[in-house]
Design a protein around this ligand. Structure first.
Ligand SMILES: [Zn+2]
Length: 315
């Protein structure tokens, strides 16, 4: 948790460079994982389904108003996440890029809480009525104070009830996985340094009509990419190592907006890639190399490899 630019989450272009830093990596869990091509008679990798709990931290509004996001909006966000990770035809998540890939990773709201009780996978916390002794600058500990489910079994997502002035400036943050993969030091620390999960500005969670290039639910797609080990395409901002993924053309500085430019290799930058700061409206791409990296994390990383068999899925 000590490096400058890359390990932050996603921020709006207006704030590139000004945002605060956070922490990075994680560790510890279990669960056996077989080879990914282990379906008899089927050459396709298995589909991993990961349970998500959404902690809606709000300012005391009724459900569906302001930062107390409606169940419908949360469901729409999960749908978008799946369209993007599954590169679903007929949706904004589809692409026909030669290196584009279906990650075969899906997400569902948890149906069982820790302890086994049925749950909707959505928790609502009125921050205006809940004392929180944690300094607000310690983002992940601060939000985890409102609720934190075992990260070896659930992907924790918190929506942040930020003022309107934060729109387009603060979009989201994610901790990275504990992994042997190179470049993971560029991601924010998770356990045991600090609670791990994903923070999204409520205004940018799910589809909405706010005046913003970030109103189509792609902030969570981007942050989930970090959570599963992906770096920004510009990685540590050097043309040599970059994001440690071979099929994303290297680039030295953040990709912003939908207009490609020429990257390190002379190739156009990949503005459609979810791991950029491009507008939601032009994103539709995870590459084969990125998918391979995310699946490696799910298969080997503590607190990621137990997710596909989590009791939170209801099984
Ligand atoms: Zn990011």
């Amino acid at each position: 948790m000590t490096r400058p630019p890359a390990r932050r989450g996603r921020i709006g272009s207006a704030a590139v460079g000004i945002l605060v830093m956070l922490a990075a990596a994680c560790s510890g869990s279990d669960q056996p994982t077989g080879p990914i091509d282990d379906v008899p008679g089927d050459s396709l990798p298995v589909v991993y389904t990961l349970p998500v709990v959404v902690h809606v931290v709000h300012n005391g509004e009724p459900v569906g108003a302001g930062t107390n996001l409606s169940d419908e909006r949360i469901a729409a966000q999960i749908r978008i996440l799946n369209e993007d990770f599954r590169r679903k035809p007929g949706t904004p998540g589809f692409n026909d890029d030669p290196v584009g890939a279906d990650a075969r990773i899906e997400f569902v709201l948890a149906s069982r809480a820790p302890g086994g009780a049925p749950t909707s996978g959505v928790r609502r916390i009125d921050a205006s009525a809940t004392a929180n002794p944690v300094p607000q600058n310690d983002l992940f500990p601060y939000y985890a104070h409102y609720g934190y489910w075992d990260p070896a079994r659930y992907v924790n997502v918190w929506t942040m009830p930020l003022p309107e002035t934060a729109q387009n400036i603060v979009l989201g943050f994610a901790t990275g996985p504990q992994t042997h993969l190179p470049g993971s030091d560029l991601l924010l620390d998770g356990e045991p340094i600090q609670p791990e999960g994903i923070l999204v500005n409520a205004a940018h969670f799910g589809p909405s009509s706010i005046p913003s290039p970030f109103n189509r639910g792609r902030t969570l797609t981007h942050e989930m990419g970090h959570y599963l080990g992906l770096l920004h395409l510009w990685g540590g901002r050097d043309c040599a190592d970059n994001d440690f993924v071979a099929d994303t053309p290297p680039v030295m500085s953040p990709i912003i907006s939908c207009v490609p430019r020429v990257g390190c290799s002379g190739l156009p930058t990949q503005t459609a890639n979810y791991m950029t700061f491009a507008d939601d409206g032009c994103m539709n791409l995870f590459t084969e190399g990125q998918v391979e990296r995310m699946r490696e994390v799910i298969e080997t990383s503590p607190r990621r490899m137990g997710l596909p068999t989590s009791p939170g899925l209801g099984g």
